[in-house]
Design a binder for this molecule. Structure first.
Ligand code: GLU
Length: 425
């Protein structure tokens, strides 16, 4: 079967929400169409050329907000879908921001540090007229990080000739980043998960977790959950994963990956006797990135890329809870299968919204030029995440719909209300 694009998936769930909300065709058309698409070719000093994008989807509730992805699959269709999802996500957690997304279609693993910096600066040179603290605020996403945000801030401020740290979030703390931003995506998801397992009468010690993806979201999720007593039995990165039913310490895996390049290379190094047992996990087995999704566990956390759980493998998933830390890891078909099989899916637009929520805090701190402590950030993040979750649970019970449908309907309702109040529809 032909795989649907992320944007087609967005349209499907949008039309589902539109039916529940009884929206007119004219309104649906507006919600399907991005406000602006900026698309350029950028070049590194070594002469490599790449497509660069910024899609500004909807700003009815506030300035456009959303990350910039450096990835070979970051084409206009993908960036458009992710921009739409950012508008939904900001509305789900009810922060005063709209939705946008950026991308550069490139393979970061084949680029050196200088080329990465060139790409970052070139992206800003093209997009500078369209971004700004009151206009559109980018942030990190797949294969972009605080260092890249630092280059981008520098380039933007050079162009504008003044200090404007609120143009971009996810910055290093030294450049106006917020406490807690690094782990925020995972932390927000953990707040929801802890609340959910309490509601169903379970304890962390009794639950096993598999995490696909060991980047910013996946690593922090594994680490925070481990500190709460959950048993982390499987983790993977883009090269593959490892599994140990006795549980593993994510810090050791992180150190092994740092030293040897990938999780599996670290395990291989241990098997070859290159590192001592203490510096890595117990005695895990190798598993593939496909196997990790089907492993016997209680909680599955897809924290890498979109479209990994589909009609082809959804029936094989054994977890009873899926926490979507990646953007769009489930296709709508897979979602239907999980609903039928009574698997609870905590949807991406809620589960990973902690990242953009702390980005919002970062923007607020930059604008007021007054900074909060880690405790203040955590308190506010927890409050926003749990309020959103409680609204969504209430709605899903009242309307007898899944958490994803409830989240989308609430978000679309909020966006439509803002558009109505502006007289746009
Ligand atoms: N890239 C993250 C996301 O998809 C964060 C976006 C932001 O902080 O603006 O939610």
């Amino acid at each position: 079967m032909l795989k649907k694009s992320p944007f087609e998936n967005y349209l499907e769930i949008l039309s589902d929400s539109a039916k529940i909300l009884n929206l007119s065709d004219a309104v649906i058309e507006k919600l399907k169409t991005p406000n602006k698409i900026h698309q350029y070719e950028i070049e590194t000093s070594t002469g490599k050329k790449f497509n660069a994008y910024r899609v500004q989807f909807n700003n009815a509730r506030g300035p456009y907000k959303g990350g910039i992805r450096f990835h070979p699959e970051a084409d206009i269709q993908e960036v458009k879908a992710l921009a739409a999802l950012m508008a939904i996500k900001c509305a789900v957690v009810n922060i005063p921001l709209g939705g946008g997304k950026g991308g550069v279609q490139c393979s970061p693993k084949e680029l050196n540090a200088e080329e990465m910096q060139d790409i970052s600066r070139a992206w800003v040179q093209k997009m500078a007229p369209f971004i700004g603290p009151r206009q559109d605020i980018p942030a990190p996403d797949v294969y972009t990080n605080p260092q890249i945000m630092g280059y981008m801030l520098d380039e933007y401020e050079k162009i504008k000739g003044k200090s404007l740290p609120g143009v971009i979030t996810g910055k290093p703390i030294e450049l106006g980043g917020s406490q807690g931003r690094g782990a925020a995506t995972a932390q927000g998801g953990v707040y929801i998960l802890l609340d959910y397992i309490k509601r169903i009468g379970k304890k962390p010690e009794d639950l096993t977790v598999a995490v696909q993806g060991f980047g910013n979201a996946g690593y922090h999720a594994a680490s925070i959950l481990h500190s709460h007593g959950f048993k982390i039995i499987a983790v993977s990165d883009s090269k593959g994963g490892i599994y140990d039913k006795k549980g593993m310490n994510p810090e050791n895996i992180f150190n092994g990956k740092k030293q040897f390049g990938s999780i599996q290379d670290a395990l291989q190094a241990k098997l070859d006797g290159k590192i001592c047992a203490e510096s890595t996990c117990c005695s895990p087995d190798f598993i593939s990135n496909e196997e990790i999704l089907e492993i016997e566990c209680d909680i599955l956390i897809p924290a890498a890329l979109d479209g990994v759980l589909t009609i082809d493998n959804a029936e094989k998933v054994k977890a009873s809870i899926i926490l979507e830390l990646a953007n769009g890891p489930l296709t709508p078909d897979a979602d239907n299968i999980f609903e039928k099989n009574n698997i609870t899916v905590i949807p991406d637009v809620l589960a990973n919204a902690g990242g953009v929520t702390v980005s919002y805090f970062e923007l607020v701190q930059n604008i007021q030029n007054f900074y909060w402590t880690e405790e203040e950030v955590q308190g506010r993040l927890k409050n926003i995440m749990l309020t959103a979750f409680s609204d969504i649970i209430d709605f899903s019970i009242e309307k007898k719909v899944t958490l994803r449908r409830a989240a989308f309907v609430l978000a679309v309702q909020r966006i439509v209300k803002a558009m109505e109040l502006r007289g746009q529809i």
